[in-house]
Design a protein around this ligand. Structure first.
Ligand SMILES: Nc1nc2c(ncn2[C@@H]2O[C@H](COP(=O)(O)OP(=O)(O)OP(=O)(O)O)[C@@H](O)[C@H]2O)c(=O)[nH]1
Ligand SMILES: [Mg+2]
Length: 359
């Protein structure tokens, strides 16, 4: 899973990237405004994994991960005539976005539109994404209409279906609404998956607050599907991410911070992607695996290895809460709470799964 960190120049993208990934990339008051991408993989914090690891004492403990990409260079006008090349590719391949919006006042850091105005800034990039999608939809419509004209009555029956769908997307975009607000069927989503439409992707808006205590009152209304808003103090979080746990604790007390937001942002972005975790356990490793909500037992097996999906026989499933309540796997087995599930079983978040297979 890959999340693109986007935002206007100087909004604090790299600062947030550093806070989430514990890196120390240079930030600058003078934005270069250039297309530039930095990526890092982070563990998704999960107390359940910690607990299971304490129970099984495995050689390895592996958390679910998310890749964050700090994408510099987005600004007003970028989608005029369609996003091009590497830039388009980088955005299109993201599974979702973390949209950093400046809410901090700081005269030493110039704002590209002078005043600090989070709602306006969100609008600016949203409009760019709508325009980028509209250009792509119109291009596709042109091609589909061309196919209809050339081949006349013997046209592939998929063409009119896609045409109708594209017209629906176009109407949505022309009404200034993101594609993720449309209720599309699984079939429709499959049809358009290859286009990488930007306004279809889930988005987490991060309000980057300053240190002024009054900043905590700043809010933003963003009433769209598959989206959420969180606020944090990016600069402090980035500084804290550089410290070891003991020093960070002292620092946090000084600033009156009870919990780091970075961990919360990582979890929120994981949930926003509509993915969930199941676990495998043993002496060798305790591991969290990511699957889409709604995935079946064979699909979960496939996340581990394609051979396990092909040779799938059954899944032994322990509920996380049952295991914790029982105290050990042996006790859970003795109580008859180990379940045997077949191909149609829909795996739930927190399931501990052992795949029986024939391969
Ligand atoms: N006061 C204050 N300054 C911040 C905060 N977050 C970022 N800055 C400063 O704002 C400047 C820009 O931050 P960056 O993280 O580089 O912003 P960016 O969005 O990555 O900028 P570009 O990649 O150049 O577009 C730097 O000087 C940061 O130190 C914050 O929460 N408070
Ligand atoms: Mg940057």
């Amino acid at each position: 899973m890959r999340l693109g960190i986007i935002g206007l120049p100087n909004s604090g993208k790299t600062t947030l990237f550093n806070a989430l990934t514990r890196q120390n990339l240079a930030t600058a008051a003078a934005s270069s405004g250039q297309f530039e991408v930095h990526t890092a993989v982070v563990n998704v914090p999960d107390p359940r994994v910690d607990r299971l690891s304490a129970m099984y004492n495995p050689r390895k403990t592996i958390y679910a991960t998310i890749t964050y990409a700090d994408i510099g260079g987005l600004d007003k006008g970028i989608s005029q005539g369609g996003l091009k090349g590497q830039f388009r590719q980088e955005l299109a391949q993201a599974d979702g976005f973390v949209h950093v919006v400046r809410a901090f006042q700081d005269d030493t850091v110039p704002h590209p539109y002078v005043t600090v105005d989070p709602a306006r800034d969100v609008e600016i990039l949203d409009a760019e994404f709508l325009l980028s999608d509209l250009v792509a939809v119109e291009k596709r419509l042109e091609k589909l209409h061309g196919d209809l004209r050339i081949r006349g009555k013997t046209v592939d029956k998929a063409v009119p279906i896609e045409l109708e769908l594209m017209e629906k997307l176009k109407a949505q975009l022309e009404a200034d609404r993101p594609l993720r607000d449309l209720e599309l069927t699984a079939d429709e989503l499959r049809l358009i998956r290859g286009y990488g439409f930007l306004s279809l992707k889930p988005v987490l808006i991060v309000l980057n607050l300053g240190d002024d205590p009054g900043d905590s009152a700043i809010t933003l209304h963003y009433d769209h599907r598959q989206s959420a808003v969180v606020a944090l103090r990016g600069k402090i979080e980035a500084e804290l991410a550089q410290l070891d746990a003991a020093d960070a604790a002292v620092f946090m007390e000084e600033y009156g911070i009870t919990e780091l937001s970075a961990a919360r942002v990582i979890r929120l972005s994981y949930e926003l992607l509509a993915i969930q975790s199941f676990f495998t356990v043993g002496e060798d490793e305790v591991r969290a695996w990511s699957i889409p909500v709604g995935a079946t037992a064979p699909e979960a097996a496939g996340a581990i290895h394609s051979d396990l999906q092909k040779g799938f026989i059954r899944a032994e499933v322990m509920k996380y809460d049952d295991l914790i309540a029982a105290g050990s796997e042996a006790a859970l087995r003795a109580s008859g709470k180990l379940r045997l599930e077949g191909r149609d079983y829909v795996v739930k978040d927190g399931d501990i799964v052992h795949i029986r297979h024939s391969s």
